[in-house]
Design a protein around this ligand. Structure first.
Ligand code: NAD
Length: 260
């Protein structure tokens, strides 16, 4: 059980992050939800999660595109709960466009949110994990951290970068009770994926069903989306004693995508 452990999940007011928070809370962890907004509904989400899992959950606003806010998220967690034992770097955005017209500001935002934020939170969290004598860094990369698709230059670059950085964190903590790994999901049906469907329908001149089966799940041999519960379960496994010697690697949850 993860009783007594404190987990921060970046970008967790929706989609995979929220699913991961749910599974960690069910396993007994105190969870910190995060996004860049500071709405009543964000805080209500944490309150509901705490109630449902009979645990502790709070929401902390921090914009993962900003280095100081990434670090402040970790500092505020430690101020509130005394430690940060698990970090799940999950915040991410997407932009789908050919490289020749890909907007520079989209490139910069994707590199910052999908990659650099994991550097800043990890840098801020490691001293606390070392002090506590236990730590888990779990980066939500992607099948696009291992393979590429057209029109996703910034995303593919950022996710490959996250996989590379995960290996470095693992080597720097190899002789300590800390592990660092990346989970590489294939397609999970979340708002992020949902929002790509209209663009992709236009790009390929296809209807919704055809886009889902022939474009999105084209490379996912199972022809099923992965679920947020499955990603959360994989995070919980990486936090378990069975995973103590698993470090510096990737776990694909992609229905066979990267086997092709
Ligand atoms: P989502 O859009 O549902 O969730 C993204 C989360 O990140 C949201 O909570 C959003 O508020 C947050 N976020 C965005 N910008 C932020 C910022 N500047 N600061 C803080 N938080 C911010 O998408 P999702 O599908 O749940 O994606 C979560 C992660 O999983 C991403 O890193 C994504 O690349 C990765 N992923 C998703 C899939 C998939 O098929 N859905 C596949 C592989 C990897």
């Amino acid at each position: 059980s993860l009783n007594g452990k404190v987990a921060v999940i970046t970008g967790s007011n929706s989609g995979i992050g929220l699913g991961v928070a749910e599974e960690l809370a069910k396993a007994g962890a105190t969870v910190v939800l995060n996004s860049f907004t500071d709405r009543d509904e964000d805080h209500a989400l944490a309150a509901e999660l705490a109630e449902r899992t009979e645990g502790r959950a709070i929401y902390i606003k921090a914009d993962m595109s900003k280095a100081d806010e990434c670090r402040a998220l970790i500092d505020q967690t430690v101020e509130r709960f005394g430690s940060v034992d698990i970090i799940v770097n999950n915040a991410g955005i997407q932009h789908v466009e050919g490289i020749d017209t890909f907007p520079t500001e989209k490139w910069d935002a994707i590199i910052a949110i999908n990659m650099s934020s994991a550097f800043h939170t990890t840098a801020a969290a490691l001293p606390h994990m070392r002090k506590a004598g236990w730590g888990r860094v779990v980066n939500i990369a992607s099948a696009h951290g291992l393979t590429a698709s057209p029109y996703k230059s910034a995303y593919v670059a950022a996710k490959h970068g996250v996989v590379g950085m995960t290996k470095v964190v693992a080597l720097e903590t190899a002789q300590e009770p800390i592990t660092a790994n990346a989970i590489c999901p294939g397609y999970v049906l979340t708002p992020l994926v949902e929002s790509q469907i209209p663009d992709t329908m236009k790009k390929y001149d296809m209807d919704r069903e055809t886009v889902i089966k022939q474009v999105m799940l084209e490379r996912q041999p199972s022809k099923e989306f992965a679920t947020t519960e499955q990603i959360g379960g994989t995070v919980v496994f990486l936090c378990s004693d069975a995973a103590t010697q698993i470090t510096g690697t990737t776990i694909s949850v992609d229905g066979g995508w990267t086997a092709l």
